[in-house]
Design a protein around this ligand. Structure first.
Ligand SMILES: *[C@@H]1O[C@H](CO)[C@@H](O)[C@H](O)[C@H]1NC(C)=O
Ligand SMILES: *[C@@H]1O[C@H](CO)[C@@H](O)[C@H](O)[C@H]1NC(C)=O
Ligand SMILES: *[C@@H]1O[C@H](CO)[C@@H](O)[C@H](O)[C@H]1NC(C)=O
Ligand SMILES: *[C@@H]1O[C@H](CO)[C@@H](O)[C@H](O)[C@H]1NC(C)=O
Ligand SMILES: *[C@@H]1O[C@H](CO)[C@@H](O)[C@H](O)[C@H]1NC(C)=O
Length: 482
């Protein structure tokens, strides 16, 4: 599975980024000189420059890049010298000797080199940073990289989220994130996910839910019972998550652990200490769940308290202030839905709340449970993988689709879900709905369904203002030289 190992991938991004920046600089400096070339040589070589750019930067917003490329290639092609020159309108004789229209003439006469410089500048300046991994963003291990990183801080996948309160972001989550339906479990039908929690984080999910059982004196991640599906000790799982957080210092992660055997906080605290993840534990300033007390992601990142841990349920314990009782801070929609038409926005837990309005009033953060079960027998429910493409779809019109459920509840509650839990998160892909709710362009992340290239897609610099300034200077300088 080397394709998603962080270090290699990061290295690739850094080197690609450097290459693009070098080429970009050469191009920008060269543009005015380029404009001095003869019309024939500059027109045709422009095409190759764009082919080259696309080659060295293959992953930037593919639609954007391809559209620009196709458009420019076409325009440059029109200016190539082997084509007939612009035709005086009077010579047009449509019937006997069809001539290119006057649109053709206009296209032939467009000032393409300056236009090309401008678009190159936009491409070059907005492209390279997209792939910069959050993990690298704070690591000062190279001049160019360090420089870009400081300008482009992204939090949880986007610079747009840094200044937003934790409670004003939709955190996409993997339900039963430790319970896999893969080779490691013999494709157990009790498994809820095709890929593990590290992979989920890498794809942009920031909420991991799991059930915890107390067996033989230790806490283990087991689905319903350890004989059904045992995903190992809690502390090992926490270590793997801590490892990812170490590598990705700009990411805020939330855990939601079900305390199936009602153990007290010290048992959990021990696993958090053994794994070392407790150092990231966030402790709210107000312990009564008032939403206005949530900090921004940047504040949590700066303080390096980037792990929010909810436990359902637990009583607070002074030595483990970062272990938060879930239902003091969160309310949930129903979680045992057996038909795609059954998703709704009713408050199911905590039972003390009478309505969503009162839940929101209380400052609790809404959690949307959006996973379905199929009934094996009247008492056995298994995760519904058969309908998963519908269930996790970003569609806002299809019954049972995540996009629609999220919109319905946003409307009913007057606020977005802060947490969403899905099964088989890679399908849909579920992440698209969270990105939409968060107002992040879909292009900011690569496809999460492959799971292969999304790890470092977290950061993105919106360098448009810089690019425009640069492009305008290039145009001015170019115009002046000519
Ligand atoms: C949530 O974030 C959006 C986008 O930045 C902002 O417009 C809105 O005012 C924020 N809401 C709250 C309650 O802070
Ligand atoms: C997920 O699997 C990878 C590869 O087997 C492993 O390195 C990683 O620790 C796992 N993550 C978790 C949370 O178990
Ligand atoms: C707990 O201990 C019993 C008896 O020693 C053993 O049979 C069982 O496998 C243990 N369970 C786990 C999950 O390790
Ligand atoms: C929660 O705390 C805030 C500020 O500390 C306070 O204004 C509010 O009344 C409290 N709410 C409840 C339900 O205790
Ligand atoms: C929402 O779904 C739950 C569980 O299926 C059900 O008990 C409840 O009545 C539903 N709420 C509404 C308003 O239909």
């Amino acid at each position: 599975m080397s394709h998603w190992q962080q270090p290699l991938w990061n290295w690739w991004f850094v080197s690609a980024q450097r290459r693009v920046r070098q080429i970009g600089t050469a191009l920008l400096v060269g543009a005015p000189i380029f404009n001095k070339l003869s019309a024939s040589s500059r027109s045709c070589s422009s095409i190759f420059i764009f082919v080259f750019l696309k080659q060295v930067y293959p992953t930037v917003g593919r639609t954007f890049c391809s559209t620009i490329f196709v458009l420019l290639s076409f325009l440059f092609y029109l200016q190539c010298p082997h084509l007939p020159p612009p035709i005086p309108d009077k010579r047009v004789s449509l019937i006997r000797n069809p001539q290119p229209s006057s649109v053709y003439n206009h296209l032939r006469m467009l000032p393409l080199p300056p236009l090309g410089s401008l678009l190159s500048a936009v491409l070059v300046l907005s492209a390279p940073v997209q792939g910069l991994s959050p993990g690298l963003a704070n690591r000062n291990d190279g001049n160019a990289v360090g420089h870009v990183a400081r300008a482009a801080t992204a939090c949880n996948g986007s610079p747009l989220l840094c200044d937003r309160a934790y409670s004003n972001i939709t955190h996409m989550g993997a339900h039963d994130s430790a319970f896999l339906r893969d080779e490691s479990t013999g494709n157990s039908i009790a498994g809820d996910q095709f890929f593990n929690a590290t992979r989920a984080l890498t794809a942009g999910l920031r909420l991991l839910q799991a059930q915890v059982h107390h067996v033989n004196g230790t806490l283990r991640l087991c689905h319903t019972s350890c004989s059904l599906l045992d995903a190992g000790p809690l502390d090992s799982w926490l270590s793997a998550i801590k490892f990812w957080m170490d590598q990705n210092p700009n990411e805020v992660v939330t855990l939601l652990l079900v305390n199936s055997d009602d153990v007290e906080a010290p048992a959990f605290g021990q696993a958090f200490e053994t794994s070392g993840i407790k150092d990231y534990g966030y402790t709210p300033t107000s312990s009564n769940g008032t939403s206005s007390s949530w900090p921004t992601l940047q504040e949590m990142i700066s303080a390096n308290t980037r792990l929010v841990t909810f436990i359902a349920s637990i009583s607070s314990w002074a030595s483990y202030p970062y272990l938060l009782d879930e239902f003091t801070y969160v309310f949930e929609t129903p979680f045992e839905v057996t038909s795609l038409a059954g998703f709704n926005c009713t408050v199911d837990r905590p039972k003390t709340l009478s309505s969503a309005a009162s839940a929101i009033e209380s400052g609790r953060l809404p959690l949307l449970n959006h996973f379905a079960y199929t009934t094996l027998t009247s008492s056995i429910l298994v995760p519904d993988a058969g309908d998963i493409d519908t269930t996790n779809s970003p569609s806002t019109t299809t019954t049972g689709a995540l996009g629609r459920h999220a919109d319905t509840c946003t409307q009913q509650w007057g606020t977005k879900p802060v947490f969403v839990l899905v099964d088989f998160w890679d399908r849909g892909p579920a992440m698209d709905t969270a990105d939409r709710l968060n107002g992040i362009e879909a292009e900011a992340r690569s496809s999460s369904s492959s799971g292969s290239d999304s790890g470092s897609a977290g950061s993105r610099l919106y360098a448009v203002p810089g690019a425009l300034t640069m492009a305008i200077s290039v145009l001015l300088v170019g115009g002046w030289i000519i």
